[in-house]
Design a protein around this ligand. Structure first.
Ligand code: FES
Length: 142
């Protein structure tokens, strides 16, 4: 004999009473979120042409989204020189972003230093654009 009980599953009558039969979705192990997975952080329309947008990932990492020639890239939102916010910088025609504080320039795609005073490359994040949303994945920080 089987009785339907809400949306959880049938109730099975056993010699010692009823046993709730849980569907597989309740008995499979729960997958905890992996903070290195891609996650949506902004709408594509929010990033201005030849401009930047500062966002924060769910794990607290600050990321600077960059739109240059309709390509979206993402770097850490803190300069490797003195931690100034990169989203306050400018995207230059050569595909670099210039920090607004002391003028260090980084390649928007590779994070390589193109001009000091910064000496260390900036973290670059994986980016995907899906259905008008920008998703950011792992950063390449050492
Ligand atoms: S903080 Fe960016 S160049 Fe100094």
């Amino acid at each position: 004999m089987s009785l339907r009980h809400s949306n959880l599953g049938p109730l099975k009558h056993t010699p010692i009473g009823f046993r709730l039969m849980l569907p597989d979705k309740f008995t499979e192990p729960v997958r905890m979120p992996d903070f290195n997975d891609f996650e949506p952080v902004a709408g594509l329309h929010q990033i201005p042409n030849e401009g930047v947008l500062g966002v924060v990932k769910s794990n607290g990492e600050r990321v600077c989204l960059i739109r240059h020639r309709d390509r979206i890239t993402a770097i850490a939102n803190n300069c490797t020189h003195q931690d100034f916010e990169m989203a306050l910088g400018d995207v230059l025609p050569d595909g670099t972003i210039q920090c607004a504080w002391h003028g260090a320039r980084f390649d928007c795609a590779t994070g390589a230093v193109q001009q000091g005073p910064a000496t260390k490359p900036i973290t670059v994040y994986e980016v995907r654009v899906e259905g008008g949303r920008v998703l950011v994945g792992r950063g390449n920080k050492p």
